[in-house]
Design a protein. Structure first.
Length: 282
């Protein structure tokens, strides 16, 4: 497997990273995951622009242009012969002896990336998944796609230990998002999603789906709903780069609506699939 590390393409076995990398000490960095369908990057412009926004929010300058990063991603897809999978890109603030404040002069951020084969979760997309409510104890800048993922990791682990696909995060009564996805409820024909403020990551898939709602005449309300209201939704689904439009059939083992993927969810799922290459959608 060929990786991209600090300016060079190399075999995974040849990669070396400084023990003093601030990503390692502090999770001081940002990242992106973008999908590859039939050898082509999907919504790469949106992902790269979010990467640069995340970097700016933590006062970090990425030493490449968006175009250069897209070219690196494309090269990784090519040299690793990826058909359907994803590209992971991360940027850390760089290496310096451990101290919390930034270094002077500034460290040079380190960009690393890889591409990996990863099939679409087809049977889950058809059958739907179960999710588990977990208190959202993360910090208050969830709009930044930061490498600091301990809150997300612990939430996903709790869901996983309980046989669930994802955690339904809530701050007190308010549903925010998933540990690595955005959450949507459907009630009386309207799609509900937490507003894209600092409490959630504004998912690229979320944005695609909100556009698809418009295209399909499905009303959307970007307003927060409670955990109690989540249980009363007619339909529920989550979105992410790797999960696409994933129906949720149970929350805390209680069936959502009729307990099968709902009609609006399936309409949006089909509309999403129509945006990806036919050879992959099948
Ligand atoms: N929310 C969080 C916390 C995430 O980590 C992710 C993606 O990993 C998402 C939402 C979904 O974002 P996207 O659709 O851009 O993959």
């Amino acid at each position: 497997t060929i990786y991209f590390v600090d300016g060079l393409f190399m075999e995974k076995e040849e990669v070396t990273i400084s023990i003093d990398d601030r990503g390692y000490y502090f999770g001081d960095g940002v990242y992106e995951v973008m999908k590859v369908y039939d050898g082509e990057l999907f919504t790469s412009v949106e992902h790269l622009s979010r990467l640069f926004q995340s970097a700016a929010k933590i006062k970090m300058t990425i030493p490449y242009t968006e175009t250069q990063l897209v070219d690196i991603a494309k090269e990784l897809v090519k040299v690793n012969s990826i058909k359907t999978g994803h590209v992971y890109i991360q940027v850390t603030r760089g290496a310096a002896p451990r101290q919390h404040h930034f270094c002077e002069p500034a460290t040079t951020p380190i960009v690393t990336a890889y591409a990996i084969q990863n099939p679409r979760p087809e049977s889950k997309l058809q059958q739907g998944v179960g999710i588990k409510s977990v208190e959202d104890v993360r910090w208050l800048r969830c709009d930044i796609k930061s490498l600091n993922l301990l809150g997300n990791v612990l939430a996903k682990e709790e869901a996983h230990e309980n046989g669930c696909f994802e955690a339904l995060l809530h701050r007190g009564e308010t549903v925010t998002e998933g540990s690595s996805s955005n959450m949507f409820g459907v009630k009386d024909g309207t799609v509900y999603s937490h507003p894209a403020d600092t409490l959630i990551l504004n998912g690229i898939t979320r944005q695609v789906v909100l556009d698809l709602c418009k295209d399909n005449g499905i009303p959307v309300k970007e307003i927060a709903f409670t955990l109690e209201e989540a249980f009363e939704m007619d339909e529920f689904f989550l979105t992410s780069t790797t999960s696409e439009v994933m129906p949720v059939t149970t929350i805390d083992n209680r069936p959502v609506g009729t307990g099968v993927p709902g009609p609006i969810t399936l309409t949006l799922q089909q509309a999403f699939i129509s945006k990806i290459p036919l050879s992959v959608a099948g």
